[in-house]
Write a protein that binds this ligand. Structure first.
Ligand code: AQP
Length: 349
């Protein structure tokens, strides 16, 4: 592998209903990262998806759909490595080692597990509980230095950093003895931010836009056509006031704040700039402007996703090629981890 200064890793679950939040908070940032002096790996995290029930036939389609969304949004599978997690067994293998590094108390603090398991905690899968440890393995199998994610993943990224730190400390002497210098795993930097780090539901500005929201009107799906996008924005919940002229005026106005944030992210600008232009406007004027912007940004992606999805063979070839390239990097890490931990391993070549 060519020596890159930065190694970028991120993933998206193939759990259906890819939406504007996934696009603005994650996928579009993945595309931006390609322009940096970095090796980027973008993963369809199917092993994470099965922590809650997935219909097998639907799952296969969803894996291809997320891959198509990556490419349609501008990820170049020749420059970046695009693959699905289950084709690279080193993720699961490293997760086991990390299960023995991470502490129960750390996982007990994970708010996403509490939200997803809800009241029926006893009935949640062990995979759902262990999700953040597998996520740490996804990232650290490539010793990734940067991870672009939405704000909801902040706590999981902190856990990844804790696991890397503890591994480096616990095995410090062995790491040095094996010739790896100071720390073996990097303390990965999360890349979170911008006006759309947390896109909210169009029906309730206090709730995250989410794939699993039963109301389709709560989100703009990446597969929505122009009419559906415009209609969902028209119907989006708002308050009766006009837009303020300054960002401070969006406080306590979650729906207005959300729509202004979406506009800013789509236009590649800031909330301040949007309010400079639209401050004082009623939603009856702002919503059509937002709808036009959303349609012109998203409709070409949906059309390209449809075109790519018509050729599943091509998508599967992209994933196979990506898996092979990803595995070569991950295997190097795993070999080193086994030596550091003290396993006796089969020597290669
Ligand atoms: N609303 C959001 N705003 C900004 N970023 C978001 N992301 C998710 N929702 C938003 C980011 O998208 C990336 C992929 O997310 P994921 O598919 O791994 O899982 P998720 O967060 O579980 O997606 P959902 O839509 O929220 O699904 P459910 O309904 O199952 O909870 C991540 O970088 C995430 O931060």
């Amino acid at each position: 592998m060519a020596a890159f200064k930065e190694l970028v890793f991120s993933g998206v679950q193939p759990t259906g209903n890819l939406h504007l939040g996934n696009y603005l908070g994650a996928i579009r940032r993945f595309v931006e990262m390609q322009a940096r002096e970095a090796q980027c790996l973008y993963c369809v995290v199917d092993m994470h998806a099965i922590t809650v029930w997935q219909d097998p036939e639907a799952l296969r389609g969803q894996i291809r759909e997320v891959t198509a969304a990556f490419i349609a949004a501008g990820i170049d599978p020749k420059r970046s490595i695009v693959f699905n997690q289950s084709q690279v067994p080193q993720h699961a293998e490293l997760a086991w080692v990390f299960n023995c590094v991470a502490r129960l108390g750390w996982l007990n603090r994970m708010t996403q597990f509490k939200e997803k398991a809800g009241k029926d905690r006893e009935n949640a899968s062990i995979g759902l509980y262990d999700y953040p440890v597998l996520m740490a393995a996804d990232i650290l199998a490539y010793r990734a230095t940067h991870v672009p994610v939405g704000e909801d993943q902040k706590q999981h990224l902190e856990l990844t950093r804790d696991i890397a730190q503890k591994f480096n400390t616990d095995f410090g002497a062995s790491i040095t003895a094996q010739g790896h210098g100071e720390g073996f795993f990097p303390i990965t930097e999360p890349i979170i931010g911008g006006p759309a780090a947390r896109v909210m539901s169009l029906r309730d500005g206090t709730k995250k836009m989410s794939k699993s929201d039963p109301s389709d009107n709560s989100r703009i799906n990446l597969t929505d056509d122009s009419d559906a996008i415009a209609q969902k924005i028209r119907r989006a919940k708002t308050d009766p006031e006009a837009l303020p002229s300054e960002v401070a005026g969006l406080k306590e106005r979650p729906e207005a704040d959300n729509l202004v944030g979406i506009y800013a992210a789509l236009a590649g600008t800031t909330r301040e700039d949007v309010l400079r232009e639209h401050g004082g406007a009623q939603f009856s004027a702002f919503k059509p402007a937002l709808a036009d912007l959303a349609v012109s940004s998203l409709a070409p992606i949906a059309a390209e996703m449809r075109r790519l999805s018509a050729d599943p063979g091509h998508i599967e070839a992209v994933l196979a090629d990506g898996a092979e390239r990803a595995e070569a990097i991950a295997q190097e890490t795993l070999d080193a981890v086994k030596d550091i931990v003290g396993f006796v391993r089969r020597k290669r070549g």
